[in-house]
Design a protein around this ligand. Structure first.
Ligand code: FDA
Length: 498
């Protein structure tokens, strides 16, 4: 409530925010999370909390009147449909030249994502974050993150025999035939549960086309792991449907934090101001960058460094599909578990997730999310005429990603005698290059913050999320975000709270 005073306020409940919440509350510090999305605990009229990809309703998108699916076309026709505007789980946030998908709700991206839990190659980690002790990360913080996230691996024998990964086996074969290696990828989806789904022993989630709008079963999202453990300390309180809009130094020390509370229809029901001794920005790469850039520009946090808002990247994301010749299966697990690993190629590193196309019917489509090493970086810029923060990212800047992915998929097509699908990402458009699942950077470690996420110039302000990572991790990013947050919060607790 307005006038409250809290020791620590965390903005956002994704990976960075959840790690901070657990470690702070375990250390005895009462902590408040302010989260703009809703708390996904109440079932809808169908008895389910989340809707499936096949039948999106108001729960799917964050305040849109039409769905905006990543694969937005089929046979060249728009595949989107009208929905009521609602505080749904997936935000497709539009910038001038790209759109960024993000989770909205208590648990952030963990609610909607594919659960792929990948530790980056150590040599690449050392390249992107040279100021971080990599031996410590790989010895302590990556294992800690993987354990608390509940990461598990598929039983290889079951993988070889089950219908729901036929699509992955088909893509593995065509990749291997063309000389590319493939690797199993761990996940936070409980593969034991998935096997029971397959055996019709439990309600289906991954096998019922549930992904990107949330999973009703099986997935260890943050509300079931880090946040549940933090809540169990009795020291965590969460305010959902509250958006932080302002942070500024308070006259008596600490910070005043302004926020707006909405209902699920988007109506403003209250505006509040509280005071916090410390504020942790964990609103995600885009959320944290937008907030800090606007607070600096408006003079609310005037001493933030100029590096705030810079060094943003899309983790080299580009999607592509092939028209396959082999059956991929009508029931596909929505949780990917295999990748094509061509990262060692100096002429264009690619780590391509073999993605499902869970249409509920045979499509012969082989779909991929390629993660590439794209050197281009965008900048968040405050527009004083609109009061909004834009993302300066040139549409042509995804070309290095396409070039790298082409080297892999041209070779696979040539060997398999197949072609690209050009009807899924637009009309006559092969590359899904105008959207992002892995926004990273904007408030980079040891550039915009110190080497542990402290914001210089404003003691007691911290950054704790994907914005710390300079645009690329070479793999799906949430394990890196989690492990880095574990490292930083441990140091901050030991020094700043001592
Ligand atoms: P994250 O975005 O998780 O959390 C930020 C939170 O802050 C959100 O809950 C947001 O609502 C809230 N917020 C923002 N602004 C706010 C404000 N002003 N006030 C209050 N709250 C605010 N990664 C991976 O490793 N494996 C995978 O399989 C996938 N798959 C995948 C699929 C899809 C569809 C998406 C959209 C994303 C993925 N990802 C992924 C990416 C992964 O989910 C992402 O990198 C992390 O969620 C980022 O974690 P953060 O902690 O940085 O922010």
């Amino acid at each position: 409530a307005t006038g409250d005073h809290v020791p620590v306020l965390i903005v956002g409940s994704g990976y960075g925010g959840s790690v901070a919440a657990l470690r702070l509350t375990q250390a005895g510090i009462p902590t408040v999370i302010v989260e703009m999305g809703q708390s996904w605990t109440t079932p809808g009229s169908d008895g389910k909390i989340f809707c499936s990809m096949l039948n999106p309703d108001q729960r799917s998108y964050w305040f849109r009147t039409e769905t905006d699916q990543p694969v937005g076309y089929f046979l060249g026709f728009p595949a989107n449909k009208s929905i009521p505007s609602f505080a749904g789980a997936l935000d497709s946030e539009q910038f001038a030249t790209t759109r960024v998908y993000q989770g909205r709700g208590v648990g952030g991206g963990s609610l909607v994502n594919g659960g792929m839990a990948v530790t980056p190659k150590q040599s690449y980690f050392e390249e992107i974050l040279p100021s971080v002790d990599a031996a410590e990360m790989y010895g302590t913080y990556f294992p800690r993150a993987n354990a608390q996230l509940g990461v598990n691996s598929i039983d290889p024998a079951w993988f070889e025999s089950c219908d729901c990964y036929q699509y992955a086996r088909v893509s593995r074969k065509t990749a291997n035939d063309a000389g590319f290696g493939t690797v199993f990828v761990p996940n936070v989806y409980d593969f034991g549960y998935m096997e029971q789904e397959d055996a019709n022993q439990v309600p289906r989630s991954a096998l019922a086309s549930e992904v990107i709008y949330g999973n009703n079963h099986g997935k260890k999202s943050l509300d079931k792991t880090y946040l549940a453990a933090a809540a169990a300390t009795g020291r965590l309180s969460i305010s959902p449907l509250h958006t932080v809009t302002d942070v500024a130094p308070a006259s008596g020390g600490g910070y005043t934090v302004g926020m707006t509370q909405i209902d699920t229809a988007g109506n403003v029901v209250a505006t509040k101001t509280v005071t916090a001794d410390r504020v942790v920005f964990a609103a995600g790469s885009v959320g944290t960058s937008k907030l800090l850039v606007s607070l600096k520009a408006k003079g609310r946090l005037p001493d933030l460094p100029d590096a705030v808002g810079t060094a943003w990247g899309n983790n080299g994301n580009v999607m592509v599909a092939r028209a396959g010749l082999d059956l991929t299966g009508s029931v596909q697990s929505g949780m990917p578990t295999m990748g094509i690993d061509n990262w060692a190629d100096p002429n264009g590193p690619v780590f391509a997730e073999i993605a499902p196309f869970p249409a509920g019917t045979e499509t012969w489509i082989n779909l991929y999310l390629a993660i590439t090493k794209n050197p281009n970086r965008g900048t968040f810029v405050f527009d004083s005429s609109t009061g909004k923060v834009g993302l300066n990212w040139d549409a042509s800047w995804t070309q290095p990603s396409i070039d790298a992915a082409k080297r892999v998929f041209d070779a696979i097509n040539s060997k398999a005698g197949t072609v690209y699908r050009s009807d899924l990402f637009g009309v006559n458009k092969i590359w899904g290059d105008d959207f992002v699942y892995h926004p990273l950077g904007g408030c980079v470690l040891n550039q915009a913050t110190d080497n542990y996420g402290r914001l210089p110039g404003h003691p007691g302000l911290y950054v704790m999320d994907g914005s710390l990572i300079p645009g690329s991790t070479g793999v799906n990013p949430f394990v890196t975000i989690t492990a880095l947050a574990e490292r930083n919060i441990e140091k901050i607790l030991a020094t700043d709270f001592a």
